[in-house]
Design a protein around this ligand. Sequence first.
Ligand code: DSN
Length: 415
Amino acid sequence: MLRSLAQTDSQVEKILKKETIRQQDTLTLIPSENYPSRAVREAEGSILIDKYAEGYPGKRHYRGCQFVDELEELAIERAKKLFKGEHVNVQPHSGTQANIAVYQALLNPGDTILSLNLSHGGHLSHGNKATLPHTHYRIIHYGVNRDSEMLDYEEIRRIAKEHYPQLIVVGASAYPRTIDFAPWREIADEVEAYLLADVAHIIGLIVAGLHPDPVPYADVVTTTTQKTLRGPRGGVIICQKEYASLIDKAIFPGTQGGPFMHTIAAKAICFKEAAEPQFKEYQAQVISNARELAKTLMEEGFRLVSKGTDNHLLLIDLSSKDITGKEASTILEEAGIVTNRNSIPFDTKPASITSGIRPGTPALTTRGMKEPEMKLIGEWISKILHNPKQGNIRKKIREKVKELCEKFPIYVNSS
Ligand code: DSN
């Protein structure tokens, strides 16, 4: 009954081993991925996976919750301190769940949401037409400015005044520039809308004090914990006290069942780690690494959307090269460089093909890599993408990638 994986299921065991080797031997440049600490992993695989705890501390539907109550209260206290929020809900299973719960808490069906277009760097859960929010709410999108490829506050104000949304969403999954939250508050106030800041990608930079903080401006802030925050996969909602009850009810029972107590334990650990001084150093290196990678790629002749980066990611525009985002990410993977294809603003290609890729530095920085490695990787990316027909170049670089990965083992530098 309580047999180990090796005793129970050799098929799954083999797949896990293969994935471990893949992660160790390749360079992860997907900006939403990272390697959490061993402590986070231990909590995720802990005995807490057994416990049902529908409800909130002190108000559970099950008995036997005294210790999970203690744990959730600890996670909430740490989160309130870290994010400087009045109220925090640590139960969302993901960033998408967190966003859907916010819509449920603040809106009525048919209300209008104003959010960033997915193809300009937004996120699916901000009301893309393939998603549940799109069937419940009226979705209006803003984009980035065609020339600067950055957010254009006057244009966003104009659209807000045209549509008078009940909720404005600020936040992105592919935007390489700093977001200043003060003008968003002004626009939201001018049209009497709620303001939701989804900072899933940049939360690590925010808590390190290296990016403006949305908490003083937004009614509600959502985030994930697995990206720059380097915790377990999951979501968090931070809000002003007046929305606490609405938000909590929208998570449970509104949109979720029992909380994942093992993940809440891992979140508590992640909040502790993120408050340590080394975390700030890590985030500063994430940014320096992204800048070095951006500089190298521009020197190698690539155009970056908005001509650079302020944060942890960059968007390479491949439209002047003889290659699509899909092809580029495929051949880079042959060389052990793992990225994702990504639409660029005003992309003429569909999302399944795209004209861009979106490299980011959180995972490589966790492995301990710095500017010299970023330069090397930028040069390898250039060589591969400028010679897509030459498989031998990819083979040679694959060997160099393996050597580099050996020098920066995941669970030595990140434990
Ligand atoms: N947050 C997305 C990403 O940026 O990869 C996944 O939903």
